[in-house]
Write a protein that binds this ligand. Structure first.
Ligand code: ADP
Ligand code: MG
Length: 223
């Protein structure tokens, strides 16, 4: 379970001769094991915020602390290692490799690890937990949208991250399928004890989290 602190995060992007400010003054403390939903209009900076939490993007100003450590003070190699061990990502589009089976996709983040049989046992167990034990050899094109997102959740958790970040994971799914995917995400959030941050547009989904925050005009507010 990760504890995360964002302190006065600002993010600007250069736009021609100008700068656009996407995040103005974002401060947020996530308790270990907490689940938080982030809502807000399109273009508000939700993905930018999630990418900074996930150490994929650097803030222009402010401090990020994950488990008492400033990840951006690490070397590029150490940061990649930290990210691989600490953070799991689920995106709106599943980002699965089309030529790989469900099982192979879940195993992708473990290719650097030595213990292959341990990794495969974990992958099979996760795919069972997301209800796909009879789909191990299916390629993404042979799976439904909800099944692909469940594979993506299993893949995000394969390295036992302590922080799970999901960016509109059910944005492309119908309501019933979305509910199933979210059930799976919450089951694993509880079973694995991961801190969970999820961007969503759906009120019904946001209500299931410990807290719901709204990103407006580059700042976070409680909803
Ligand atoms: P959301 O996920 O809430 O829809 P984003 O975080 O994707 O919003 O984007 C927020 C704003 O930042 C948008 O106006 C977008 O155009 C801008 N933006 C995002 N990434 C970049 C980038 N790499 N360069 C310039 N502007 C960007
Ligand atoms: Mg987005």
């Amino acid at each position: 379970m990760s504890q995360v602190i964002l302190d006065a995060i600002r993010k600007t992007y250069p736009m021609g001769t100008d700068n656009v400010t996407v995040l103005r003054d974002v401060s947020l403390t996530l308790k270990a094991g907490e689940s938080v939903a982030i809502m807000g209009p399109s273009g508000a900076g939700k993905s930018t915020l999630l990418n900074i939490l996930g150490t994929l993007e650097t803030p222009s100003d402010g401090q990020v602390t994950i488990d008492h450590q400033d990840p951006f003070s690490l070397s590029e190699k150490a940061l990649a290692h930290f990210r691989n061990e600490t953070i799991g990502f689920v995106f709106q589009d599943h980002h699965l490799l089309p030529q790989c089976s469900a099982l192979e996709n879940v195993l992708l983040p473990t290719l650097v690890s030595v213990d292959r049989s341990f990794a495969e046992t974990r992958a099979r167990s996760l795919l069972e937990k997301v209800g796909l034990s009879d789909r191990l050899q299916h390629k993404p094109a042979e799976l439904s949208g909800g099944e692909r997102q469940r594979v993506a959740i299993a893949r995000a958790l394969i390295n036992r991250p302590t922080l799970l970040l999901a960016d509109e994971p059910t944005g492309n799914l119908d309501r019933t399928t979305a509910d199933r995917v979210v059930d799976v995400m919450f089951d694993l959030h509880k079973a694995e004890g991961v801190t969970l941050v999820c961007v969503t547009h759906a009120d019904s989904l946001a209500q299931r989290f410990d807290r719901c925050l709204l990103l407006i005009d580059g700042s976070l507010q409680s909803k």
